[in-house]
Structure formats: C-alpha cells, structure tokens
Design a protein around this ligand. Structure first.
Ligand code: TRP
Length: 329
C-alpha cells in the first residue's frame, strides 16, 4: 500500500479554504492508504511568529483536523516537533541538497524579500519538508500547486541521496493534486488565509458565517440586482460547489445567469447548506475543546506510532551513511 504524507502549518483556525482544498481530501485518503498527517510546528518557526500563542494554535489545529474527520484509528495525526527524527534527517539531507536549488525556490524568495534579516532556517525550509516525507518513505504527497516546486526539490534530494548511499532506498514522492477548485478569500482576490482576515472558519457560528457571507465579493460585473451574473467567475459559486448538492448548484447557476436571484438570495442558500454541513464538525470540536487532555493523548499516541516508523528509516540512513552505531534512545 502506498504511504501518504502531508503537513499543515499550525495557524490555529482551520478555514473552509483549507477544508475544501486539502483536509476533506485527507479524510478520504485515510480510507484508501496508510496516511500520516503532521502539524508542522518546526516549519512555523522559520518566519517571525508569536511564541506565546504557538502552543494553542497547534492544539487548535489538531482539534480542527480531528473534528473535520481525521480518525486516529485510521491515520497517524501528530505534531512534527514530537518526533525529533525529523530534525535529524533534515540535517543529514542538507548534505546532499544543492544550495542553488534552495536559493531558487520562489517561496523562499517571496518570504525572504519581506524580511530585513533572513534566517538560514527559512532557506532550509524545503529540506525539512523533504525530511518529513522521506522519513516515512512516503510516495504520495497531497498538496496544492504552490508546493510543486518543493516537491520537485524533494525528489532531487531523494535521487541524490540514493545515488550516493543506496539505490532506491527513498521513493521519489509524487504530488497528489486535488481537483477541487481553489476557494479565494471573501474579498474575492487573495487566497483565503488567516493572516489576511478573509476567511470563514470551519468552526465559525451560524451567525458569524452569515455576517461574513453577506458582504463577500461576487461577480464584480454584477452591479445591480437586475444584472445577470457569471457563476464561473464567482467565488461564492465556488464555495457552493463545496457545500451544496449538485441540483442546488445547477439551480443557483441558472438563477444567477438569468438574474432571477440576486447575490443575497444565492448567499442565503449557501449559508444554510454550509451551516448544516459544518454543524457536526463544530459539535465534535466543542467536545474536543472541552477535553484537551484527550487531544494531547491522541497526539502523543500519533507521535509514538510515527516515531516507530521514523526510527527504522533513520537507523538504515545512519548505517548507509557510515555513522558509527551505538546511539542510545
Ligand atoms: N510547506 C507545506 C505548506 O505550507 C507544509 C508542509 C510541511 C508539508 N511539510 C510537508 C506538506 C510535507 C506536504 C508534505 O503547505
């Protein structure tokens, strides 16, 4: 069975963009493959961040993932820093990573540009990401298009290590792109992102969902109530495709094109469907929030399972790289 690995930053709130674009797919994948899903706190510290809230954001992300349907009996859910082997493999892989490739990563260039002083850890980000996946010798990596360059570099790192230390030890991981159309932020321009404040949270209350949907951007050509709209370029319609049944989607599209409905009519239907779809997730989250000890215990069990796999890989990596045996723990 192919092994799947993916990671998500501990941003705290899981939003509907994460859910429709990634997490919903993870929930499906756990029934088809052996899956590991990791909250990547070691990646989160490569950029300026608030140490005082990282713990809570990590816990909240875990609650969001479990509430959304990741089942710890079917997949391994864990926190990256709980498995120190990620850091060790990261170090070993830096020795086969071409510096030029790191400097060419567009995500690095974008992030570095905004910083006065660029930490080496930011440059190293994709090596840690390669370590995440290769540590479990995973071959499938569900990610968005923005991660394809990191995936290409990950394959390069695997190839170089294999060439030097043992053919085909690491599989070359493949990206699994979701077919879901990408949801934009409520502004209709930028991607949905917590730091931009343009999200609908997976755990938002029905009142808040409606409050946020009401002013959300639609087809900009639809200026008055009588103008026909184009669902194909409307972010609200994209969200309908995530939450409304196919018949409703058809009805919405027709009523938009003929201006039978105004945008508010369309949004009301969306709000109802979204609120209904998210109700069981909110309920599970409330139970988990009331029992943080249970969440901690789930993460501890996840880390123990991941660590057992990680140790096997790392023992073989150390052996092939000629490191003297005798490490304790
Ligand atoms: N860089 C990824 C992101 O920002 C998160 C991530 C870290 C990841 N390690 C990973 C994704 C390993 C897939 C596999 O979305």
């Amino acid at each position: 069975m192919a092994r799947v690995f993916s990671g998500i930053q501990p941003s705290g709130e899981l939003h509907i963009g994460n859910y429709l674009g990634a997490v919903q797919n993870w929930v499906r994948l756990q029934h088809q493959h052996e899956c590991l899903f990791c909250i990547v706190d070691l990646h989160a510290v490569t950029q300026p961040y608030d140490a005082a809230t990282l713990r809570q954001r990590t816990l909240d992300m875990a609650i969001g993932l479990l509430a959304a349907g990741l089942d710890p009996e079917r997949c391994i859910v864990f926190v990256q820093s709980h498995v120190p082997e990620h850091s060790e493999l990261n170090w070993l892989l830096t020795t086969v990573t071409p510096l030029g490739e790191l400097e060419r990563q567009t995500q690095f260039k974008d992030k570095a540009q905004r910083l006065e002083s660029v930490p080496a850890g930011l440059l190293n980000y994709p090596v840690l990401q390669a370590a995440d996946v290769l540590l479990y010798r995973a071959s499938l990596v569900p990610v968005g298009e923005d991660q394809l360059q990191h995936l290409e570099l990950m394959r390069e790192i695997a190839r170089r290590w294999n060439t030097r230390y043992g053919a085909a030890f690491f599989p070359e991981p493949q990206a699994l792109l979701t077919t879901a159309k990408r949801v934009l932020g409520l502004d209709g321009h930028a991607k949905m992102s917590k730091s931009l404040g343009n999200t609908i949270g997976l755990l938002d209350s029905p009142e808040l969902i409606w409050e946020k949907l009401k002013p959300a951007a639609t087809d900009p050509a639809r200026v008055t109530r009588k103008d026909p709209g184009n669902p194909d370029i409307c972010n609200i319609f994209t969200i309908h495709q995530g939450f409304s049944p196919p018949e409703t989607q058809k009805q919405v599209a027709t009523n938009c094109r003929t201006a039978a409905w105004g945008c508010l009519d369309c949004k009301r239907v969306l709000a109802d469907n979204m609120i209904a779809a998210l109700a069981p997730i909110r309920e599970r989250a409330a139970q988990l929030q009331a029992d943080p000890a249970r969440v901690h215990a789930t993460l501890r069990r996840g880390a123990a399972k991941a660590r057992a796999l990680a140790r096997d890989t790392l023992a073989e990596v150390r052996r092939r790289m000629g490191l003297l045996e005798g490490a304790t723990d």
